[in-house]
Design a protein around this ligand. Sequence first.
Ligand code: SF4
Ligand code: SF4
Length: 122
Amino acid sequence: MSEDIKVENPFHTARFKAPRKGKKPPKLLAIVHQSGCTGCEVCIAGCPVDSIELVPGPDPLNPGYQQMVEIDLSRCIGCQNCSQDCPWETITMYQHDDAFTAWGNETLSSELYVDEEKLEKL
Ligand code: SF4
Ligand code: SF4
């Protein structure tokens, strides 16, 4: 993972979705090990708060090829549906405080969180 500071991408459409309810953060957060993600979208269908987003593949003309997903940590409620549903067992639930380190280790490509340098270009 890059050492650059990651910030929420304010231009991603997820930022227009309803925020997570409740004052306390969830005990668990889901992290996708993107190296094992096939982009099958099974997890998206089962998320009750629509907090799983597609990351398009590298070819802008064929974004569905080599796509993967990532989870919006600011909206995940820790229900565990996705970790149970993923056919490739590539989503793991982490304790809230450990999830951000895990995100850094497991996230290869992100649309939701970007480094500050990239943000300036958006
Ligand atoms: S744990 Fe639940 S809320 Fe969080 S991303 Fe998975 S399905 Fe969505
Ligand atoms: S269900 Fe698993 S393999 Fe399919 S898109 Fe979600 S994380 Fe990736």
